[in-house]
Structure formats: C-alpha cells, structure tokens
Ligand binder design. Structure first.
Ligand SMILES: NC(=O)c1ccc[n+]([C@@H]2O[C@H](COP(=O)([O-])OP(=O)(O)OC[C@H]3O[C@@H](n4cnc5c(N)ncnc54)[C@H](OP(=O)(O)O)[C@@H]3O)[C@@H](O)[C@H]2O)c1
Length: 342
C-alpha cells in the first residue's frame, strides 16, 4: 500500500440504514442522497483486494440503495455503488492470486463509486483482454441475472414473458432467449422500441400503454403458453397478465421499477391452477449455486460480450468528480447505462 494515496475521492452516502419508504429507482437530485468527498483509501483485509477503478455502472439497485430502499442497510460516509471494473493494486492474505489483474467486481466492503474499492476476492472475475471497460463495468449484475433467469424459463417451456424489456437486462434476456430457441414475449412502455426488441430476439412485443394489452396478452398466452413471467415492474398490470397466464404459471418478481403496490385479485388461481408468485435475487443465487456452475456461467457471459452477441448500451459517461451534480439528468436518458469513470 506504500505507493498508493492515503486518501481518495468518492461519492459517499449521506444517510444510514433504511428509509422505510418505497419511492422506486428515480431521483430528482443525487445530492439528496450522496456527496462527493475525499475519504481514506480503504485497505484490503484477509481474502480481500483493493481495486483501482476503471469504470463503474449505475444500476436501479444502486438508486434503491442510496435511498434506503434496498435489501441491505446504508452506512453513512461509505462510498455508494455496487458494480464496476478495475485493476487489483493490493491484495490481502489469501487473495494474492488476483494481484495485478483487471477484474469485474461487485463491491462488498466499500462501494464502487470511488477511485479505489475494496471487495472480497470471490466477488471478482478476471476479465478477458477483449472485453472493454464499459462492458467490464456491467459484467456481473445484469448478465449473471439474465443467465440465471432465462435458465429458469428454459426449464419451464419454450415461451416466457419479460417486462421492462427495454432495460439492459430485458435486452440481454430477449437475445439469450432467442439464441436458446425460446420465444421471449417482451413488454415495453414505448411503442417505438418494438422493432429494436424484435431485432434483438423478442418473438412478440406488447406495449403496456395499449388499452387492449391484457386481451392481446391473453390471446398470446393461450397460443404460446408461457409459464414464466420475469417481472421487473411488479404493478397491477403485472398481476392482470399473471392472471391471464396458463396453469402452473410462475410470476417471478425481480425488480420494483413501479411504485404501485399490486393487489391480488384471483387468489383461487394459486390454489386451483397451481400458479406461484416468487422472487429472484442474484445475491441468493450466487450463495446457493455451486462455484463450478457459476464459473460456467461467467465463461459464457464473457464469451457473449467478447464476440458481440451481448453489449452494454451506454447513454452517458460521467467523471466521478462530476457524478453528484449530474447523475439525475444523466439518468433521464432511457437508452442505456450511465457509466462512471475516475
Ligand atoms: N433481483 C436481481 O437480482 C436483479 C439483478 C439485476 C437487475 N435487477 C432489476 O432488473 C431491472 C432492470 O435493471 P437494468 O439495470 O437492466 O435497468 P436499466 O437498464 O436501467 O433500465 C430500466 C428501464 O426500465 C424501464 N422502466 C423504468 N421504470 C419503469 C416502470 N415504472 N414501468 C415499466 N418500465 C420501466 C425504462 O425503460 P423505458 O423508458 O424504455 O420504458 C428504463 O430504461 C431493475 O428493476 C433492477 O433492479 C434485479
């Protein structure tokens, strides 16, 4: 650590714990939740590495988290940000194998929106040289979730439903579904995105603002019999679509892009049609999936990015020092990820 700076710049959390609210992943002003500050450079403990940041992504989970609405509590003064890529510049005992490597990582000690990040070595994936830093910064959270969830869909028939299909994750799942010979049924808010999603791999695209969307979905559902609904929106329309799915259908909620709290209107379907409502969280998948299976998924993810089958659409690059004043405006663009660079 001798040649490393004692302090670093980071976007740090202004609040502790949970907020008790459920206002969704939208912000008007990042300064309500974050501030830029010079803080001590973290030191890696046993099994940990120190990473010099190359690029970090901004995911909806980061926004839920900084607002105190995510599945883990905030620690005031800690850098925010879950995911990124960078170079391992110091390693604690047992983590020396990663020294000097460029890795994608999920932050597990000190957040990714900082010049330096500490995390567990198990939360790092060495990157192939043919993967760009932008792709490296979004290599774990969405791609691994896409692989895990499409795998669940594949085990349950050949058509599946994807909401918020224009999201980065939705696009990954539509193209993966097509490549596996499945029929993704994509739900979007904006009609103008229909062609793009069909090109990517959606077999059908329905626009959720269409007043006949439930009837159109019911027709498709009778025809294609999707049994898995991968849902990042989880609102009342989701519930209506779930009710229009066939017996044994599974509504898998993995995101809460809408702030609407859905009401269950046909609980009899859970009893008489064996339908199920479930959640998916990548953190649990990583803790419960054997390392060898995870390594296979990692290799497939990197191969897909390296050969161009998958890519990270980037709407804007923001320098870390400019993040807090500019993040809210940058997030208004709907066509890709905001990527943070040091
Ligand atoms: N559970 C897990 O383990 C896990 C892991 C990864 C991601 N996720 C979740 O997956 C979802 C997508 O993540 P991402 O990084 O791919 O997102 P993203 O690329 O940032 O895209 C989000 C998109 O969703 C659409 N959207 C936003 N609010 C919406 C609403 N109320 N109703 C319908 N659509 C809405 C918007 O597209 P348009 O403007 O085009 O409609 C927006 O661009 C998020 O909910 C995230 O939290 C969960």
């Amino acid at each position: 650590m001798t040649d490393l700076p004692q302090t670093m710049f980071a976007a740090i959390l202004k609040h502790n714990g949970y907020s008790g609210t459920a206002t969704g992943p939208a912000i008007e002003n990042a300064a309500d939740w974050l501030e830029g500050a010079e803080v001590p450079t973290p030191e890696p403990g046993p099994g940990q590495v120190l990473i010099r940041l190359r690029a970090a992504s901004v995911n909806p989970s980061d926004l839920h988290f900084i607002k105190g609405e995510y599945g883990q509590p905030r620690v005031k003064g800690s850098p925010a940000g879950f995911e990124g890529c960078g170079d391992v510049v110091a390693a604690g005992k047992g983590a020396e194998a990663l020294q000097g490597q460029r890795v994608a990582f999920v932050a597990a000690g000190s957040g990714a929106w900082a010049e330096y990040v500490v995390t567990q070595m198990q939360m790092c994936i060495p990157l192939r040289p043919d993967i760009s830093d932008d792709d490296g910064a979004a290599q774990i959270v969405n791609p691994m979730t896409a692989m895990a969830m499409v795998d669940m869909a594949k085990a349950d028939g050949d058509a599946f439903v994807v909401s918020a299909a224009t999201s980065q994750l939705g696009k990954l799942m539509c193209s993966l579904g097509r490549d596996l010979g499945l029929k993704p049924i994509a739900l979007v808010r904006r009609a103008e995105t229909t062609g793009m999603l069909k090109d990517l791999g959606a077999a059908e695209v329905l626009v959720t603002t269409d007043e006949d969307v439930v009837a159109k979905f019911a027709d498709l559902s009778a025809q294609l019999k999707p049994r898995v609904f991968l849902d990042a929106v989880t609102d009342q329309l989701s519930e209506q679509l779930f009710c229009a799915m066939p017996n044994r259908a599974r509504w898998i909620s993995y995101g809460k892009l809408s702030t609407e709290a859905p009401t269950l209107t046909q609980t009899g379907q859970l009893i008489f049609m064996s339908k199920r409502i479930e959640g998916f969280w990548l953190t649990n998948w990583m803790m419960s999936t054997p390392p060898a299976d995870q390594m296979r998924v990692v290799a497939e993810v990197q191969a897909r990015f390296a050969d161009g089958r998958w890519k990270t659409d980037v709407s804007e690059h923001l320098r870390l020092k400019n993040l807090v004043p500019n993040l809210a405006d940058a997030l208004k663009k709907s066509d890709g990820k905001v990527i943070i660079t040091p």
